[in-house]
Design a binder for this molecule. Structure first.
Ligand code: FMN
Ligand code: SF4
Length: 637
C-alpha cells in the first residue's frame, strides 16, 4: 500500500509488567516514531483533528476521503488522526505538513473539497492560501513565528492570541488512541519521576504549593483534599475522576478526554500514589461515546504497556483503573451522587458530613477530582510548583479551559491563564458576537451562574471575582446572548433544566424549582402579575439557602441574574405583555392580534392553561446549544 498507515492495534486482553529501563527504551522508540511520522517525516503528513464536534461537522468522512485520495493516487503520505483542537468554528479542519515546511491548517474541508486541496498542495506545491487559516509549529501550536505566503502564524489569530496551552498542549497533535504519541511528547515522564523520586507527602506538597484548585466548579484546593485522603485511616481507598459534565453549554472535559486521555490518566495514577491507593475509577457521562471510547482505549493501552497494573515500572506501586458510565442526569456529576451511581444505586446527593475523604465510595475514603484538575498534575510535576503558581492571579493559579458558545463568531474551547477578563474572552478570543449583533448578556458558569450585562465584561475570570456580581466561573462554560435572546425565555430554559434535573430528595429544591418555573412560564405566556417578581426573588433565596446540594443552591441563579440586571424586560412581559426580542410566542401572537394582524396561531380562551407546559419550551436553546440531558432528574412531570 502506498499510504504509510498510522494505526495502533487495540488489545484489550494484554497486561504487562515492565521495568523502568524498559519504559525508558519505549520512550526512545516513541520519540523516533513521532519524528518519523510527524515532525521530521520525509513524506507529507496530513492531520485531521477529530473530536465529537468535528465528527458532527464531517471530519470522519473528510478523513476517509483523504485516505481514499492518497491510496488511489499512489501518493506516499502519513495520514494521522488527532484530538480536537478546540477550534470548533473551523471544522472540519485538515492540517498538512510538507516535508521540511511548516504545518498549514485548512478550515471547513468537507470531503468534497479534499481532492482539490490535496491535488494543489501535494502535487502542485500550491499552498492554497484561500483555504488556509494559519500556520502551526510542527511540534507546538505556537511554534511558527511568522506567516508564509499570506497565511498568518497561529499566534497572530484572535482565537490563539491570548491562549497558553498547558493541559490542552497535545490537542490537535497526538492521536488520542496512540499511547506512543503521548509518550513521545513527554507523557508518563511525570509518573516515572514521582514513582522513583518522590514520596506521598512531597507530591501533595507540590500540588499544594502550586495552588491547584479544583476545576469542576467549586475551586476546592486539591492538595487539601489529597492530604485528607492520604491521612484517612480506613482502607481500601478510592480515587475518582469526575468526567460526568452533564451541564448544558460546557464541553471542556469531554474535549480533553477526546483529545488527550492519557494526560488525565497519568494525573490520576499520580493522585493514587499520593493518596496511597491502587484503586481508581473514571466516571464519564454516558452521552459522550467518543470520550468513553478514548478513555477506555487509554486505560487498555496503559495496561498493555505496563503503565497500569501491578508493580508499575518496577517501582512497587500498583494501580488499577476502571471506566464507569454516568447515569445521564446532571445530578449524577455531584460527587456524593456519583459515588452512589458507581455503587449501582440511584445517583442522589447525600448530607455531609461525613466528607467523601472519610466515607465516600462504598463508605470508604474517596478523593474525587475533575478531569481538568487531574490533567494539571503531570505538567506541575514536570515543571514545578513555582512555575504553575506563577501563572494566573494571587488566589487562582494556573490556566483554565473555557468553552464559549451562543451568539459568538468563534465557538470553541480556549485555555487561558486565570485572570483574563470576559471581554477578552468574548471579543479577542471569540471574535465578538455573531454577525456583530448587539451584545446583550453573558451566561456564566453553565446553569449555575447568573447572566451579566455588558458593563461587567471587564470582570476577570477566576475562582472568586464573579461571585459578588451574581456570576460564577463554575466549570468554565460561557454563553453569549445578543439582542435576539429574550431574558425571560432564557430564565425559563435554565429553570426548566434545573427543575427536571432536580433529584427530588429535598423539599426546597423539589418544590422550589417547580414553582419558580411555573411562574416564569406564566410570565412568558402573558399571565404574569406585578407581584410575581418579589415572590420569585423571595423563593429563589429560599431555594438557594435551604437546598441540600449545589444543584438547588445554584438553580435559581440564572433567574436571579435576569431579575437583577434585566428587570425591565420582565416588567414588559408582565405589564405590557410585550416581548422585545419577539421570542415568547404567546406575547408575539397577542400583539399581532391586538394590532389587527393575522397571528400564526389561534389565541382562544384558556390558552394560558393549554400552553402551560408547552412542548416547545427551550427548543430554541436546544437547537442552538445542543441537547441537554433528557433522561435524568426525578421524572417529575
Ligand atoms: C449538580 C452538580 C453537578 C456536578 N457535576 C460535575 C461534573 O460533571 N464534573 C465535575 O468535575 N464536578 C461536578 N460537580 C462538582 C462535584 O460535586 C465535585 O465538587 C468535583 O467533582 C470535585 O472535583 P474538583 O475539586 O477537581 O473540582 C457537580 C456538582 C453539582 C452540585
Ligand atoms: S438540592 Fe435538588 S438535586 Fe440536590 S439533593 Fe436536593 S432535590 Fe436533589
Amino acid at each position: 500500500m502506498s499510504e504509510v498507515a498510522h494505526y495502533y492495534p487495540l488489545d484489550v486482553t494484554r497486561r504487562m509488567q515492565i521495568t523502568r529501563e524498559q519504559f525508558e527504551a519505549r520512550q526512545q522508540g516513541a520519540r523516533k516514531r513521532w519524528q518519523a511520522t510527524m515532525t521530521q517525516a520525509d513524506v507529507p503528513v496530513i492531520v485531521v483533528p477529530w473530536g465529537s464536534s468535528s465528527v458532527a461537522h464531517g471530519s470522519v468522512t473528510t478523513f476517509e476521503a483523504i485516505r481514499e485520495w492518497v491510496s488511489s493516487n499512489g501518493v506516499k503520505a502519513v495520514v494521522r488522526r488527532a484530538g480536537p483542537m478546540g477550534t470548533d468554528y473551523l471544522e472540519p479542519q485538515v492540517d498538512i505538513i510538507m516535508s521540511g515546511q511548516p504545518r498549514i491548517s485548512y478550515a471547513h474541508i468537507t470531503a468534497d473539497k479534499v481532492p482539490d486541496l490535496l491535488e494543489s498542495v501535494l502535487r502542485r506545491n500550491d499552498l492554497r492560501p484561500d483555504l488556509a487559516m494559519c500556520i502551526y509549529g510542527t511540534d507546538e501550536w505556537d511554534g511558527a513565528e511568522v506567516g508564509v505566503r499570506g497565511i498568518p502564524a497561529a499566534k497572530e489569530l484572535d482565537f490563539w492570541k491570548l491562549q497558553q496551552r498547558v493541559v490542552a498542549r497535545n490537542l490537535g497533535y497526538i492521536d488520542p488512541e496512540a499511547i506512543d504519541d503521548y509518550i513521545a511528547r513527554g507523557g508518563y515522564e511525570a509518573l516515572k519521576r514521582v514513582l522513583f523520586g518522590m514520596n506521598q507527602e512531597e507530591v501533595i506538597k507540590t500540588v499544594t504549593d502550586a495552588g491547584l484548585r479544583g476545576r469542576g466548579g467549586a475551586g476546592f484546593p486539591a492538595g487539601v483534599k489529597w492530604d485528607g485522603g492520604r491521612k484517612a485511616r480506613k482502607s481500601p481507598k478510592y480515587v475518582i475522576c469526575n468526567a460526568h459534565e452533564g451541564e448544558p453549554n460546557v464541553f471542556k472535559d469531554r474535549r480533553l478526554l477526546e483529545g488527550d486521555p492519557h494526560l488525565v490518566l497519568e494525573g490520576m495514577i499520580i493522585q493514587c500514589f499520593a493518596v496511597g491507593t491502587p484503586w481508581a475509577y473514571f466516571y464519564v457521562g454516558d452521552e459522550y461515546p467518543l470520550a468513553i471510547h478514548r478513555t477506555k482505549v487509554a486505560v487498555q493501552q496503559a495496561y498493555a504497556a505496563g503503565i497500569l497494573g501491578d508493580n508499575i515500572m518496577g517501582s512497587g506501586f500498583s494501580c488499577h483503573v476502571d471506566v464507569q458510565m454516568g447515569g445521564g442526569a446532571y445530578i449524577s456529576g455531584e460527587a456524593s451522587a456519583l459515588m452512589f451511581g458507581i455503587e449501582g444505586k440511584r445517583a442522589m446527593p447525600r448530607t455531609k458530613p461525613p466528607r467523601s475523604v472519610e466515607a465516600g465510595l462504598f463508605s470508604l475514603p474517596t478523593v474525587v477530582n475533575n478531569v481538568e484538575t487531574m490533567a494539571c498534575v503531570p505538567p506541575i510535576m514536570i515543571n514545578g510548583a513555582e512555575w504553575f503558581a506563577g501563572i494566573g492571579t494571587e488566589k487562582s493559579k494556573g490556566t483554565k479551559l473555557f468553552t464559549l458558545m451562543g451568539s459568538i463568531e468563534q465557538t470553541g474551547m480556549y485555555e487561558l491563564p486565570l485572570g483574563r477578563t470576559m471581554r477578552e474572552l468574548v471579543y479577542t478570543c471569540g471574535g465578538g458576537t455573531l454577525n456583530s449583533r448587539p451584545f446583550k448578556a453573558i451566561q456564566t458558569g453553565g446553569p449555575s451562574g447568573g447572566c451579566l450585562p455588558e458593563e461587567y465584561l471587564d470582570v476577570i475570570m477566576d475562582f472568586d471575582s464573579l461571585d459578588k456580581y451574581g456570576g460564577t466561573m463554575g466549570s468554565g462554560g460561557y454563553v453569549v446572548y445578543d439582542d435576539t435572546t429574550c431574558i425571560v425565555d432564557m430564565s425559563r430554559y435554565f429553570g426548566r433544566f434545573n427543575r427536571y434535573q432536580s433529584c427530588g430528595k429535598c423539599v426546597p429544591c423539589r418544590i422550589g424549582t417547580k414553582n419558580l418555573l411555573h411562574m416564569v412560564d406564566r410570565i412568558a405566556l402573558g399571565g404574569g402579575r406585578p407581584q410575581d417578581i418579589p415572590i420569585m426573588e423571595k423563593w429563589s433565596d429560599h431555594v438557594v439557602e435551604m437546598s441540600l446540594c449545589g444543584l438547588g443552591q445554584t438553580a435559581p441563579l440564572p433567574l436571579v441574574g435576569g431579575l437583577r440586571y434585566f428587570r425591565e424586560e420582565f416588567n414588559e412581559h408582565i405589564v405590557q405583555k410585550y416581548c422585545r426580542a419577539e421570542v415568547c410566542e404567546a406575547l408575539v401572537e397577542r400583539n399581532l392580534l391586538a394590532q389587527g394582524m393575522p397571528a400564526p396561531g389561534q389565541v382562544q380562551q384558556g390558552w394560558v392553561e393549554e400552553r402551560f407546559l408547552p412542548a416547545r419550551i427551550g427548543e430554541r436553546y436546544r437547537q442552538q446549544f445542543g441537547a441537554i440531558t433528557q433522561n435524568g432528574g426525578n421524572g417529575q412531570a
